[in-house]
Design a protein around this ligand. Structure first.
Ligand SMILES: Nc1ncnc2c1ncn2[C@@H]1O[C@H](COP(=O)(O)OP(=O)(O)OP(=O)(O)O)[C@@H](O)[C@H]1O
Length: 230
């Protein structure tokens, strides 16, 4: 579903992050686990079409990212909400860009806000809500957008442990193609997708674990620790 073939990417004042990188993420839910600075966010930004590789081919559902504008929901590791817009306006933005009727926009925003338990935050600005609430708003925006592909960079890092599991169940029910970057092995298990353990830069895949291979965080932690060293 997400295909990287011979991809090369280097930051102008940074390392070569992708060097002839080839991978096919074919599960509808891909989880990427790896240490700080190895290149996970860069890979996701390339998939989202935000960064352009200098060599190689990137395809999502058979198309280059540029042809999928409006069909990809990308949630960055930090930021991502427009500070001058209310929470409601931030969630509505992708639907506005798609020129959906006002009534449909209103209904969709209210529906997703109820699902994510943020209805009471709609009139506030991003600076007036907590970090975890901001992450919920970003997920609400992805949900409202109806995008087919969700690229999520550490989407639960500030969500408390009690709500996290509930949120993961909600996301699993959305039924979209998803790539999720996480540092948290328990989240990876709860998500239940195919887990790619990576290292770098340059980014390389050191282990691929099928859903259900590991049910205990301790077992997966051991595999991840040894894969990080490869
Ligand atoms: N704009 C930039 N310019 C130069 N180097 C960069 C830039 N952004 C990232 N890098 C470097 O590229 C490498 C990969 O960064 P990236 O953000 O993709 O890592 P990551 O795996 O997502 O890390 P983390 O888990 O800490 O978020 C790192 O060595 C980082 O220092």
């Amino acid at each position: 579903m997400i295909d990287f073939r011979g991809v090369y990417f280097k930051y102008r004042r940074g390392p070569v992050v992708l060097q002839n990188f080839t991978a096919q993420f074919s599960n509808s839910l891909t989880i990427i686990l790896g240490p700080n600075g190895c290149g996970k966010s860069t890979l996701l930004k390339i998939a989202a079409g935000i960064l352009k590789p200098t060599e190689g081919i990137v395809e999502i559902l058979g198309k280059p990212p540029d042809e999928l504008r409006g069909k990809i929901a990308y949630i960055p590791q930090s930021g991502g909400l427009y500070p001058w817009m209310t929470v409601e306006e931030n969630i509505a933005l992708p639907l506005k860009l798609l020129k959906k009727p006002e009534r449909e926009i209103r209904e969709t925003v209210h529906k997703v806000s109820e699902i994510l338990e943020i209805s009471d935050l709609l009139k506030r600005y991003p600076r007036e809500i907590s970090g975890g609430e901001q992450q919920k708003v970003l997920l609400a925006r992805a949900m409202a957008s109806g995008a087919d592909v969700w690229l999520l960079d550490e989407p639960f890092s500030m969500i408390d442990i009690d709500y996290r599991r509930e949120l993961i169940q909600i996301l699993r029910g959305v039924g979209k193609v998803m790539v999720v970057i996480t540092h948290n092995v328990q989240d990876a298990i709860d998500l239940g997708g195919e887990i790619y353990v990576v290292n770098g830069p340059p980014l390389k895949i050191t282990a691929v674990l099928k859903p259900g291979d590991y049910t205990k965080a301790e077992e997966l932690t051991e595999v991840v620790k040894s894969a990080f060293k490869k």
